[in-house]
Design a protein around this ligand. Structure first.
Ligand code: UT7
Length: 331
């Protein structure tokens, strides 16, 4: 019998309506459209507006759409992994909240936090539950409401991030399609360059932490950039090398959308042209856990059964990795 592999059998995504453009940011901080586009490739990003709305309000329409388009009943889902850095609450997990809101009454779930690499960590984790024969229907969500932790007076971070996310359904396949291989890495010594200083157990929230603006994303961009350029490209090259995949074999690169220059470096290291690279950073910025499912969703109609695609990400932690997927369906 052929081995069981975890196939992505559907993808859906959601972005909030409000568009925060570079022109609007020019009025908020000392920056220019020209600087943002040339350094990052970003033109606008989406922001979730409205009192009392959190990341599960971004994930919910994605999960509902996913169930609908794949013809899956809510109670068929056995496990949901929610990859996010902007959970609705510190606890309980957003996975619990989302399962309740979406009526996934038979599913258990948990949140997975690996900064911008969360979605590929989550996909790798979920694939093991399918490959082992434990479950037949697993949802992996990648979503963030980055606007909830961004300091809109800090020009080095507020120009980058946006809100959005998506969800994929994983099911078993014995046809040779699905997740073929994954390489995951982390190096906690990189935490000094990208983190949120307060709100955790080391520095619980206080008037002082709020006054010092320590509940926002802190990023020292240059070292993160240098590490990301090298390691995301290395991970993508490694997954090709150890599976004897040539540039011609690869149909698509699905990169985390943090900076167009990091994406270009990864594509160049893989030896593939820009026509094979999914790129929507110009419209959404960096949605952290949302970037890869958002790309898969927007390119879904162009994907064909058997296409070799490489997902690659790099994020705070540091965390990084790459996954080789054989696409499982024609839509
Ligand atoms: O998502 C996962 C992990 N994150 C990443 O992968 C992000 C990695 N880092 C980056 O993408 C880039 O480092 C940034 C886009 C964040 C910054 O670009 P950079 O080319 O590394 O710029 P820089 O931080 O070295 O700053 C260069 C200059 C500085 O001015 P001086 O010191 O040269 O006078 C900054 O103050 O640009 C200035 N600057 C800005 N100027 C206009 C920084 N932000 C802005 C801005 N507008 N928004």
């Amino acid at each position: 019998m052929s081995k069981i592999q975890a196939a992505i059998t559907g993808v859906e995504a959601y972005v909030p309506e409000y568009r925060l453009t570079n022109q609007e940011l020019e009025k908020m901080v000392d920056t220019t459209d020209e600087w943002i586009v040339s350094r990052t490739g970003i033109k606008e990003r989406r922001i979730l507006k409205g009192e009392g709305l959190g990341v599960t309000d971004i994930a919910l329409p994605a999960v509902q759409g996913l169930l609908k388009k794949t013809g899956t009943r809510a109670e068929e889902i056995e496990l949901l992994i929610f990859c996010t850095v902007t959970a609705d609450l510190i606890f309980p997990a957003s996975a619990n909240i989302l399962c309740d809101k979406a009526g996934l009454t038979k599913a258990w779930g948990f949140d997975l936090q690996a900064a911008c690499s969360g979605f590929i960590y989550g996909l790798t984790t979920a694939s093991k539950f399918i490959e082992s024969g434990t479950y037949k229907k697993v949802i992996v969500v990648g979503a963030d409401k980055m606007s909830s932790i961004i300091d809109y007076t800090d020009r080095s971070t507020c120009i980058i991030f946006g809100d959005g996310g998506g969800a994929v359904l994983l099911e078993p396949s014995t046809e040779g399609v699905g997740i073929q291989d994954a390489v995951m890495f982390s190096d906690g010594s990189g935490r000094q360059y990208l983190h949120q200083k307060a709100g955790g157990s080391v520095k619980p929230p206080s008037h002082a932490t709020v006054d010092a603006r320590e509940h926002f994303v802190f990023q020292d961009g240059q070292p993160v950039f240098k590490f990301a350029v090298k390691n995301m490209a290395d991970a993508a090259a490694l997954i090709m090398e150890r599976n004897q995949l040539s540039a011609e074999d690869i149909k698509w690169l699905v990169p985390h959308q943090a900076n167009k220059r990091i994406i270009d470096a990864t594509a160049s290291r893989m030896g593939i042209g820009s026509e094979k690279v999914m790129l929507n950073i110009q419209r959404y910025g960096n949605t952290t856990n949302g970037t890869i499912p958002l790309c898969l969703y927007e390119w879904e109609k162009q994907l064909k059964k058997g296409d070799n695609i490489v997902l690659a990400a790099f994020g705070g932690g540091f965390t990084w990795g790459a996954i080789w997927v054989k696409w499982a369906y024609n839509s």
